[in-house]
Ligand binder design. Structure first.
Ligand SMILES: [Zn+2]
Length: 490
């Protein structure tokens, strides 16, 4: 995720100093800092596995997200979408393994009218409750360990959801009359039923049927479209690498497609909405970006690459898996950022939303690394400039366990500074190992910030508890011994 216009304006103002750095804060961010942090459950409760049938997966910030009692292995989403009426017809099969006996269980789905639910081909009872719960009751309870397929048939006009600092999330209508779905932490459930938590990653297949003249882009790899005799065409996309629900996307538009293959065989598909064709120049640097990021983070971890360039001035660009979705203001630094997430965020996903620095601090530091290598920027000088400009408010944002609604307040500016200080604290050799070995160790999985601290301490052979406390757990400027390690010391 990369923030939109307010922060971007600040980034542009600082462009003379650094292409990548952005220390100014938007009004929204400032307002967020004044917001009270909601009461939090105890650490023990946070670690507990949700009960079978529970209507939440246990994230302390978003307790109703996801559900308990099963692990999804695959989503097969089939939709028909009519841009004229804006109606979506959906038929989604969710294949899962029960982690306990299930007398009832939930999927998450926002709006849309459900007409039928089947489990392994047999009709099941269902009900709707709360904001997004689809409560399903099988004819006979599902046994612990059983694999079962839930088919949900549904229809309606998908709705977007307004979510604080992140802007509008979920299903949105584009200027051309098409539509796209994106958003963090929620977006998938605006168009298909899901276990909406990053903890439950699954493979993902999309068959999307649209009237002739429209086309569809999504995650992963494409197979040839199927043209019907009825004036509609079905587009097929498969993501064989497990994906968190918020990283799924679909774009329906009159796309200009660009297809190529990287050395090594990785397929690249990029799509440009009408009016966004000039972004082809930015995207032409993708092979160089992926080569650079691979040199820092290890082999590219996704099944495909590319970008989705919408012609919309939305508040964010997002690292949708294998194929980020870009707002109209996105430039090269954002393409570097979103592709860095393919390792940090997409392949290695957060365990809980309070671990978001594992995504954003690294994607933001990737912009610093790019600027260092490609522009010869002196990152120590950049770091000291940022410290010189910093205010108490700047330091008051926490990088770990920052509170619901504050996830994106400090990770983009304080985050890369903290990682640069870590690099100087443990030295380039250990830091390079961390950057590569962390994504390798947790590839296609989930991990938490406390695990990362232990991992770094082990590689560095140092007790880093004081350093991590000062930079990642504190709301104050670090003491000089942590603020200026190694060559940062004056
Ligand atoms: Zn990001």
């Amino acid at each position: 995720m990369h923030h939109g216009t307010a922060v971007r304006a600040a980034c542009l103002a600082l462009a003379a100093l650094s292409l990548a750095a952005c220390t100014s804060r938007s009004g929204d961010d400032a307002a967020q800092e004044g917001a009270a942090t909601p009461p939090r459950p105890t650490e023990q409760a946070e670690q507990a596995e949700p009960e079978p049938g529970a209507d939440g997966a246990g994230d302390p910030y978003y307790p109703d997200d996801g559900n308990g009692g099963y692990d999804v292995t695959d989503y097969h989403v089939s939709i028909s979408y009519n841009p004229t009426s804006r109606n979506l017809d959906g038929n989604t099969v969710v294949t899962a393994t029960a982690t306990g006996e299930l007398e009832t269980y939930n999927l998450d789905l926002n709006g849309l009218k459900v007409s039928a639910v089947e489990i392994d081909g047999k009709a099941a009872k269902f009900d709707r409750s709360g904001e997004h719960e689809l409560v399903i009751t099988p004819g006979v309870p599902i046994a612990d360990g059983a694999t079962f397929a839930t088919r949900v048939r549904y229809a309606g006009v998908p709705a977007s959801a307004e979510e604080g600092t992140l802007g509008v999330n979920g299903w949105q209508i584009s200027q051309s009359g098409g539509a796209f779905a994106a958003g963090e932490p929620h977006s998938a459930t605006s168009w298909f039923p899901a276990n909406d938590t990053p903890r439950d990653k699954a493979t993902f297949t999309l068959d999307a049927r649209v009237p002739d003249g429209w086309s569809v882009i999504s995650n992963g790899r494409e197979s040839p479209a199927t043209k019907g005799s009825d004036g509609w065409t079905t587009f097929h996309w498969v993501e064989p690498i497990r994906i968190a629900t918020y990283l799924t996307t679909v774009g329906i538009d009159k796309w200009t497609f660009e297809r190529s293959t990287l050395p090594g065989g990785l397929p690249v598909v990029s799509a440009y909405a009408p009016g966004a064709e000039d972004k082809r120049q930015v995207e032409s640097q993708l092979p160089e970006i992926i080569e650079f990021l691979s040199s820092k983070f290890g082999p590219y971890p996704q099944s495909a690459a590319g970008g989705i360039y919408i012609n919309e001035n939305i508040g964010f660009s997002l690292e949708t898996q294998g194929r980020p979705i870009y707002a109209s203001w996105a430039e090269l630094d954002v393409v570097v950022h979103e592709n860095a997430h393919q390792w940090y965020g997409d392949s290695v996903s957060v365990e809980s939303w309070k671990d978001i620095c594992l995504n954003e601090c690294f994607a933001s530091y990737a912009q610093w690394l790019w600027s260092e290598e490609k522009n010869g920027e002196n990152l120590d000088d950049l770091f000291r400039q940022q410290v010189a400009r910093s205010t108490d408010q700047f330091w008051s944002g926490k990088l770990y366990d920052m509170g619901a609604g504050n996830e994106f307040t400090s990770v983009y500016d304080k985050g890369p500074m903290a990682l640069h200080a870590l690099r100087r604290q443990i030295g380039d050799e250990a830091f390079d190992r961390v950057l590569k070995e962390w994504p390798a160790e947790h590839k296609d999985s989930n991990a938490s910030w406390p695990e990362f601290e232990q991992f770094v301490a082990k590689i560095a052979g140092q007790d880093l508890s004081g350093f991590f406390a000062a930079w990642f757990h504190s709301d104050k400027q670090p003491a000089d011994e942590y603020l200026y390690p190694g060559s940062l010391r004056k």
